[in-house]
Design a binder for this molecule. Structure first.
Ligand code: MSP
Length: 634
């Protein structure tokens, strides 16, 4: 059982596209999967999407489409995102998959047959955002504590899971397996929930109210409650009840979640498993929340961080590194682009990037581009070699404790020890006298060997950069063999070709600084003298939509646009160098609506479109949310 690792992420709701929170959990799972794979474990890494329930119906209705269409669309966004972030999941599950529907029905039937599902009446406050009922004392000022929205009062006949029956068993299981839920603060939180009597769990919804779900096997008029459906994904994916994967991997199950879904995973899931006669999972690993400027990310605050934007701007490995280095697993973390850039420049460009380029450059210069022989050890090497060995052992235990930020700190300590070794050994001085040749070769060998160890240790976190270091060392790929080898000092083979590549992590400038510089440059065109509000108020600026666009004969600057601004009008705009007519049709733009008509190239223009300078041309003003045609800009 020891050499088996099954890691899962939550299956994400398909009511909105992926953001940095989803990326974080999934990248943590990926780092773990890569580490254990390299350590020779049989590994299974599962992620996917959660597609049933009110929340999805609501989002689909808003988007004017069916729940299935909507789910297909958003699920694909998640599925396609993962390879872009170098995530190596073995399976992607959707709760609308047939095998999942069958497994849910099988478990329901099993628990029903065992007498742990009964029919009864439910009344209470229901939060659609959480997809669950709240008891009154859980509400804060009558509102859902998570969504700050008023739950709706519901009264209906439903099926219940006899969760209360398993309360004592669960308490005992947690006490007997103190790291069943970790870190400890979350174990304590679950134990605190369990201090009050556990209520039975309402696990159905009448089809008259919600039909987008899995039909109960014992009553066609009801669908399953989303959580009872979703949690079961973890065993569907393994082929419960009779596939080999289930038998092999389930005993090594490691669930990863954030604190928002602690109760379903810490209470519903183990009791459901118990009732179905299935062994509990091994660990529930709970992390904190990414917040932005100390507040929760939300569409309405417009502060949702999109993973692909950061990846495209700064590179994948820096993005992965930052997420894992910045968040202490278990605690909340504040996301700021500024600290991301700081880390990129200091930890990656300075510490690691410089070490790699200095070492490789010296190996090329002093050792003819080959890994030299190490024949002249000295006392000064002991610190480096011991530190390498200790780092390997420490990183290993950080993985077992899920302290990934600590694993990175440990690797960076070793990077610093290696940088110090260069300063102490002064290879450039050794190179001055041929008598020192054997010692120079040994120093360079030790440095290259340290780089190899660093590359292998960072490979689960930054696979692309690790491979680039390995390429420079002439090592072809990071296989299990290499990972095993790092436990030994001296694996690098003398004679291997060393190759210099471009900088691993170019330094970057924080965008805001760049923006400041641009703003200053623009101020060279001085701000016009102050005007009264009344003067400004005379200008009527409106939202319009471009209905049609065409070029203006004999002009390479002007386009003739037909716009809808609540009424149809023609305007002439100087944007032909930046947009083609075809790009513009359907676009919403900002127009000064009450400018006196002017004739341009013989065409009457009834308004003026607004655009801003990008430094390379013009860009039309755009909107964070879709505005109404004709809306006044205030
Ligand atoms: N569908 C349920 C989970 C069912 S699992 C059987 C769900 N989906 S979710 O889309 O809301 O995803 C919640 C998870 O996304 C969190 O537990 C966490 O893994 C991740 N995160 C979402 N927002 C996050 C942050 N702001 N910060 C960190 N992780 C967050 O709940």
């Amino acid at each position: 059982m020891d050499k088996v690792y099954f890691v899962t992420t939550p299956i994400y709701y398909v009511n909105a596209p992926p953001h940095i929170g989803h990326a974080y959990t999934t990248i943590v799972a990926d780092v773990l999967a890569r580490h254990y794979r390299l350590s020779g474990y049989r590994t299974f890494f599962l992620t996917g999407t959660d597609e049933h329930g009110d929340k999805i119906v609501e989002a689909a209705t808003e988007a004017n489409t069916s729940p299935k269409d909507f789910a297909d669309r958003i699920s694909a966004q998640f599925r396609n995102l993962w390879p872009e972030l170098a995530v190596t999941n073995d399976y992607f599950i959707r709760t609308t998959d047939t095998n999942h529907v069958e497994t849910v029905r099988l478990i329901l039937q099993k628990v029903h047959d065992a007498g742990d599902i009964y029919f009864g009446k439910y009344e209470g406050y229901y939060c659609i955002g959480c997809e669950r009922f709240y008891v009154e004392k859980e509400l804060v000022d009558g509102l859902c504590p998570d969504h700050q929205t008023a739950p709706v009062y519901r009264e209906e006949n439903n099926y219940f899971f006899r969760m209360s029956k398993y309360q004592d068993w669960l308490i005992q299981h947690i006490h007997e397996n103190p790291d069943f839920i970790r870190p400890e603060r979350y174990k304590n939180e679950v134990l605190a929930f369990l201090r009050d009597p556990l209520e039975d769990l309402c696990i159905s919804r009448p089809k008259s109210r919600l039909s987008w779900g899995i039909t109960l096997p014992f009553d066609d008029n009801y669908v399953t409650y989303v959580w009872f459906d979703a949690l079961i994904n973890y065993i569907t994916a393994l082929g419960y009840p009779d596939r080999e994967d289930y038998r092999v991997f389930w005993p090594g199950a490691q669930h990863l979640i954030a604190k928002d879904i602690l109760k379903p995973h810490g209470i519903y899931w183990p009791t459901m498993l118990k009732a179905a006669g299935i062994e509990p999972f091994r660990h529930l690993n709970v992390h904190g929340y990414w917040v932005v400027d100390q507040s929760k990310m939300s569409k309405s605050l417009g502060n949702v961080i999109k993973p692909l934007e950061l990846k495209d701007k700064y590179g994948l490995d820096p993005f992965r590194y930052f997420l894992l280095r910045e968040m202490v697993f278990g605690l909340d973390s504040n996301f700021s682009e500024e600290s991301f850039v700081q880390r990129l420049n200091s930890d990656l460009a300075n510490d690691l990037g410089n070490l790699v380029s200095r070492t490789i450059t010296m190996a090329v210069k002093y050792c003819e581009g080959k890994v030299p022989e190490s024949t002249s050890p000295s006392d000064g090497d002991g610190v480096l070699i011991e530190s390498g060995g200790k780092t390997i052992a420490d990183v290993e235990s950080c993985f077992h404790e899920l302290a990934l930020h600590k694993a990175l700190i440990t690797i960076w300590d070793f990077i610093n020890v290696t940088n110090k070794y260069i300063v102490e050994q002064e290879p450039w001085k050794l190179a001055k006298d041929p008598v020192n040749r054997p010692r120079l070769d040994t120093v360079i060998y030790n440095l290259l060997e340290s780089l190899r160890i660093i590359a292998v240790l960072v490979s689960p976190f930054m696979p692309g950069s690790a491979q680039r270091i390995m390429n420079q060392l002439g090592v072809e790929n990071t296989s299990v063999q290499d990972y095993e080898n790092i436990r030994r000092w001296g694996c690098l083979i003398p004679g291997n070709r060393i190759a210099v590549e471009d900088a691993l992590f170019p330094r970057v400038k924080y965008e805001k600084e760049a923006e400041k510089a641009d703003a200053k440059r623009n101020l060279v065109e001085p701000v016009k003298p102050a005007i009264e509000y009344g003067d400004f108020d005379k200008v009527d600026i409106r939202v319009a939509r471009i209905i049609d666009a065409e070029t203006v004969p004999n002009s390479n600057k002007l386009l003739k646009l037909k716009i809808d601004i609540g009424e149809e009008r023609t305007i002439v705009a100087g944007i032909a160098k930046d947009y083609t007519p075809k790009d513009l049709i359907g676009k919403k733009i900002v127009v000064v609506a009450n400018l006196k008509p002017a004739k341009l190239m013989g065409i009457d223009s009834h308004g003026m479109l607004l655009a801003a300078d990008t430094g390379k041309g013009l860009t039309l003003l755009s909107f964070a949310e879709d505005p109404i045609i004709g809306a006044k800009i205030r």
